[in-house]
Design a protein around this ligand. Structure first.
Ligand SMILES: *[C@@H]1O[C@H](CO)[C@@H](O)[C@H](O)[C@H]1NC(C)=O
Ligand SMILES: *[C@@H]1O[C@H](CO)[C@@H](O)[C@H](O)[C@H]1NC(C)=O
Ligand SMILES: *[C@@H]1O[C@H](CO)[C@@H](O)[C@H](O)[C@H]1NC(C)=O
Ligand SMILES: CC(=O)N[C@H]1CO[C@H](CO)[C@@H](O)[C@@H]1O
Length: 550
């Protein structure tokens, strides 16, 4: 804990009338908690025989956390803040024979287990789950009422990777499963596909004759209901930059859920696949070109759907920026404009991309092309890379960090001053969580919390209403989003600039805004500070007196 930092902040408060410009806005964490600090206690769920808890799924009521681990799916009760308890452990492992065959093919025995990598609700009562199953992926149903796994298993090819170290993503929408993974043993046939489709629609996949994907690393997928589209986020080799060898780029790709494939051309293939480059780059600087994670923030109440925001963390391929990462925010509006704009053209003889204008026979990226003519579908098939890249909101990076972030989760919180604030939870590969609030003056790292010490290869992070869950090799951790009672005085409470917290001057405690009904009413004096901190310059101009906490 850096008390000195906090004391400095209090001093800062005293001289608020002098309005030091650096007051309150800082890109280093204001408070930092090392592993095991009482101020930010972790709840952990560890079982000696459970490993690699890397796939998390929360029930819609946030009472149950399903955990895809090694050779098991755990069903955990997470209703109580004090502790996590095991409801059921559903064992699911390959037979000895499977393991033997796997290791005979030259794989390490420890990698020949069943690593659960897909875990999605198909409907109210059933979860669909897939695992690597000794390099021979399988999928089963879990009945959430009886908490049992189906006896019969499906082949998992194209749904789940063979290799547990290959990243993948999956999402279920209306009972169908959309996946992005590699679909072969060696891991060099990437595919985006739909499974479990209604018979009349049929399963769909990518046409792989044309290089729709170039050695991708899949990160995330998201369904956006207003668009009736699923977006996939990944990085891959940017073949359009043929003057640089193996330049990697980040992408957003789309498909429409209404897609049923073409009738002759593109039969059983996507007719709505399109991809665009995601640019997380400052003018004149090297790009942060490798997407690590993405989260979605629905628009504020009353705002247009285009204002749906996507928060991504990116690292860089370039040595100059190694170890650094950046947060960039993209809007649904910018996806729309890229996908409805013009597309690059690939010269089949030279394999070079260009932005040459050519006759537009159809609109690639548009939903509802299943009845289109063969020539329209051929056009769509060949034009899948948008000419325009997707740039971040306000054309700038939201945050640049000395740390390498691997995960991001975003939440909008109503602060004591009644205004909504966007809060980011960023996890580093080395086990630090940074809680960041985006203020008008820029990002402010409210706190840094160490959640593990050993660097983890594969982790996951999920937010419930007020808790952050982290899945890692040894088990599952949970951390409350805030601990307001750590701040003992009004000044500490306000200067933390934590939108989860507000000063309750009746009880004289720093309380969670949503939890204490009276906080909002009683913290009038306090949120005058919030306002003062955010609008220091305006305050000075208006000649306002600084407010003192009492
Ligand atoms: C919050 O911080 C206080 C003061 O350090 C500590 O006593 C308390 O246990 C913490 N609560 C949680 C849930 O971390
Ligand atoms: C949910 O899906 C399962 C598996 O497809 C099916 O057996 C079950 O009837 C479905 N339940 C409901 C309520 O639709
Ligand atoms: C479009 O295709 C559906 C079947 O996929 C068919 O029922 C319908 O008549 C077609 N519409 C047109 C305008 O061709
Ligand atoms: C596939 C995978 O993630 N395996 C990890 C399982 O956990 C052990 C440590 O407990 C790691 O060493 C493996 O890499």
């Amino acid at each position: 804990m850096q008390w000195s930092e906090m004391q400095r902040s209090e001093l800062c408060l005293l001289v608020l009338s002098l309005l030091l410009p650096q007051c309150g806005s800082s890109v280093t964490p204001r408070v930092s908690f090392s592993l095991g600090s009482p101020g930010r206690a972790l709840t952990s769920f560890l079982l000696h025989d459970v490993q690699n808890c890397t796939t998390l799924l929360l029930s819609p009521d946030h009472h149950i956390l399903y955990v895809g681990a090694q050779d098991a799916v755990l069903v955990l009760d997470v209703r109580h803040r004090q502790g996590i308890s095991l409801i059921r452990k559903l064992e699911w492992s390959p037979t000895e024979k499977d393991t033997e065959e796997c290791s005979m093919k030259g794989k390490r025995v420890e990698d020949c287990a069943n690593f659960i990598r897909v875990l999605e609700f198909l409907n109210r009562t059933h979860i669909y789950t897939c695992g690597t199953f000794a390099f021979s992926p399988r999928c089963v149903y879990i009945d959430t009422e009886t908490l049992s796994m189906s006896q019969r298993s499906d082949e998992g090819r194209g749904r789940c990777p063979y290799d547990p170290y290959q990243p993948n993503t999956a999402i279920a929408v209306e009972g169908e499963l959309y996946t992005a993974t590699v679909a072969d043993y060696r891991g060099n046939r990437p595919v985006i596909s739909r499974h479990l489709s209604e018979a009349a629609r049929g399963d769909l996949k990518l046409d792989d004759t044309l290089g729709w994907l170039e050695e991708p690393t899949f990160m995330r997928s998201m369904f956006v209901p207003v668009e009736e589209k699923i977006y996939f986020f990944f990085s891959e080799v940017g073949r359009e930059y043929d003057f640089i060898d193996r330049l990697l780029v980040s992408r957003v790709a789309q498909i429409c859920i209404s897609d049923v494939g073409g009738q002759r051309t593109l039969q059983r293939r996507w007719t709505t696949f399109a991809k665009a480059q995601l640019l997380c780059q400052d003018d004149g600087e090297l790009p942060y070109n490798l997407i690590q994670d993405m989260d979605i923030l629905p628009p504020e109440q009353g705002a247009a759907p285009e204002d749906t925001l996507f928060y991504g963390v990116f690292t860089s391929q370039w040595r100059l920026k190694s170890g650094l990462s950046a947060v960039c925010v993209f809007s649904l509006g910018s996806f729309r404009s890229a996908f409805s704009g013009s597309y690059k053209v690939l010269n089949r003889d030279t394999l070079q991309w260009s932005s040459r204008l050519h006759e537009k026979i159809a609109s690639p990226g548009e939903c509802g092309l299943h009845n289109a003519s063969d020539s329209a579908l051929r056009f769509v098939k060949e034009n899948f890379l948008t000419d325009e890249s997707v740039r971040p909101v306000d054309k700038r990076l939201t945050l640049v960090s000395q740390h390498s972030y691997s995960h991001i989760s975003v939440k909008r919180v109503q602060a004591a001053n009644g205004r909504p604030y966007t809060t980011l939870f960023l996890l580093t590969v080395t086990g630090l969580i940074h809680k960041v609030v985006l203020l008008q003056t820029g990002p402010h790292i409210i706190e840094e919390i160490q959640v593990f010490k050993q660097p983890q290869t594969i982790t996951s992070m999920k937010l419930s209403k007020d808790v952050i869950f982290i899945g890692m090799s040894g088990g599952v951790l949970s951390l409350p989003m805030a601990n307001c009672s750590f701040y003992r005085t009004c000044a500490q409470c306000v200067l933390s600039q934590d939108p989860f917290c507000g000063w309750d001057s009746g009880r004289r405690v720093c309380a969670e805004v949503g939890r204490s009904v009276t906080t909002v009413l009683r913290s009038i004096l306090c949120w005058a500070f919030f306002w003062a901190l955010e609008l220091q310059v305006a305050t000075m101009e208006a000649g306002h007196q600084p407010v003192i906490c009492i």
